[in-house]
Design a protein around this ligand. Structure first.
Ligand code: ATP
Ligand code: MG
Length: 427
């Protein structure tokens, strides 16, 4: 390893210690007799102080003229210094330029010069060098880690299902067709059918964190064409059971981010609080009253906002009209007009959808037909229901929506490294 320490590994108590640090030239400040090189690594900033008198002349001149964002290795001694970031500085004995950066740069990493989102996304490698952007992805890492730990602790096994599929999960048009040798295939819009098949396979509780692809042509601040979905499916449970798993998970994600990401939240200027459990349950019938829409309508963005303002924090919308939800959703036996489906809502938008699933083969086949789909295309799925399918339930949670609402960001593109939208296919 080239470095011995990240900037955050060092404290003023290390005064006198010999260290090797590596990173990018954030800034140089030339004060004549003294030059400060502010070195940046993943964890923060370090002040490297060179005095003209004490430094080798060649080294001193090299540092003074070095271009911003060049990659350097600094070896030297730690010195306590109250005025430097983290209260220490490095007095270098040796500085090596590992790679020079060209100038001008496409973006200003210090954040003094602003840039619009498109410019930032075009040069994402520079954009993420900014501490406030990097913080988002460090938090994303902790969210994913929390989800895995929580689900593992709740008895779920992580699975991976195919992303190249022959059939639409839910019919509809939101599919990207691809050429699969001599046949047409599609990018998967959801692991739904495969995670259900795993219930018949007896895995009992499964989860997947993976990409889903939606070809909707929307161009909004909360939709992308490729997102990460957190999906679970569990057997011998009801929709109410998986709703409580979902709310416990959300609580755990918030509380772990508060605990593990103090520095990142501070950089982002955020004071998070853990949402209170249990989340309120609002029936679809009551929701449309607040929103002033008709029975059977989906909630549009304005309606979601109006209801969200009234609810104030996370909540569930339950008991949806059967016709608004996919064919695999189980209707209430005593009132088949409504079904055992739920959406988890943040006051700003939908975060997750889930339900009790139909486990009767015959009912499922009828529901597929009733929604105008051809059951022949679903044979590989329906077969699993003929030979011992347990009752089961599950949900799909949009990872980017969870992040953007938690971090109070306006655009979903902020929380994904390389967004795929109607206009963007690169980088
Ligand atoms: P919406 O109505 O808000 O577009 P949806 O009901 O079509 O979402 P689902 O099929 O229920 O989405 O997918 C489950 C979750 O996956 C959603 O609640 C959302 O968090 C996320 N999700 C789905 N599609 C997208 C997308 N295009 N962009 C971002 N997140 C998405
Ligand atoms: Mg939904």
């Amino acid at each position: 390893m080239l470095r011995t320490h990240y900037s955050r590994d060092i404290t003023p108590d290390d005064d006198g210690k010999k260290v090797v640090m590596a990173g990018w030239v954030h800034e140089t400040r030339d004060l004549g007799g003294i030059t400060f090189l502010i070195l940046r690594d993943r964890e923060g900033l370090v002040q490297v102080t060179l005095s003209k008198k004490k430094t080798d002349e060649k080294l001193f001149n090299l540092i003074r003229s070095i271009s911003r964002e060049s990659v350097v290795l600094v070896s030297g001694l730690v010195k306590r210094e109250g005025k430097a970031p983290n209260n220490y500085e490095i007095i270098p004995s040796y500085v090596q330029v590992l790679n020079k950066a060209a100038s001008p740069l496409p973006l200003d990493v210090t954040g003094k010069v602003g840039a619009d989102l498109d410019t930032r996304l075009d040069s994402r490698f520079m954009d993420i060098r900014r501490q406030s952007i990097k913080a988002i992805f460090v938090i994303r890492h902790h969210v994913l880690k929390t989800i895995r730990t929580f689900l593992d602790g709740s008895g779920f096994k992580e699975i991976n299902t195919p992303k190249i599929v022959a059939t639409a999960t839910e019919g509809g048009t939101a599919l990207f067709p691809i050429t699969y040798f001599e046949r047409e295939a599609f990018l998967s819009q959801s692991p739904q059918l495969y995670k259900q098949i795993m219930m018949s396979a007896g895995l009992d509780r499964v989860y997947e964190i993976g990409p889903i692809f939606r070809a909707e042509e929307h161009d909004t601040t909360k939709h992308l064409n490729e997102v990460s979905s957190v999906d679970i499916e569990a057997s011998f449970v009801t929709h109410k059971d998986v709703m409580s798993i979902l709310e416990f998970l959300i609580e755990k994600v918030y509380s772990n981010v508060i605990k593990s990401c103090k520095n990142e939240l501070e950089i982002l200027g955020l004071q998070l609080s853990t949402p209170k459990l249990p989340f309120k349950r609002l029936s679809y019938e009551k929701a449309i009253d607040i929103g002033d829409i008709e029975w059977g309508d989906d909630l549009d963005t304005a309606t979601e906002k109006a209801i969200g303002e009234k609810m104030g924090s996370h909540y569930f919308i339950v008991d949806w009209p059967t016709e608004t939800k996919p064919y695999y959703t189980e209707p209430y036996a005593d009132n088949p007009e409504i079904c055992k489906a739920f959406d988890l809502m943040h006051p700003r938008m939908e975060l997750a959808s889930g339900s009790q699933r139909i486990h009767s083969h015959d009912l499922l086949r009828r529901r597929i037909k009733a929604q105008g789909l051809n059951p022949d295309g679903f044979e590989f799925y329906l077969r699993a229901f003929k030979c011992g399918m347990p009752p089961h339930a599950g949900w799909g949670l949009g990872l980017e929506r969870l992040l953007m609402t938690m971090l109070n960001l306006n655009n979903i593109r902020e929380v994904i490294l390389f967004p795929r939208d109607r206009h963007r296919l690169a980088p």
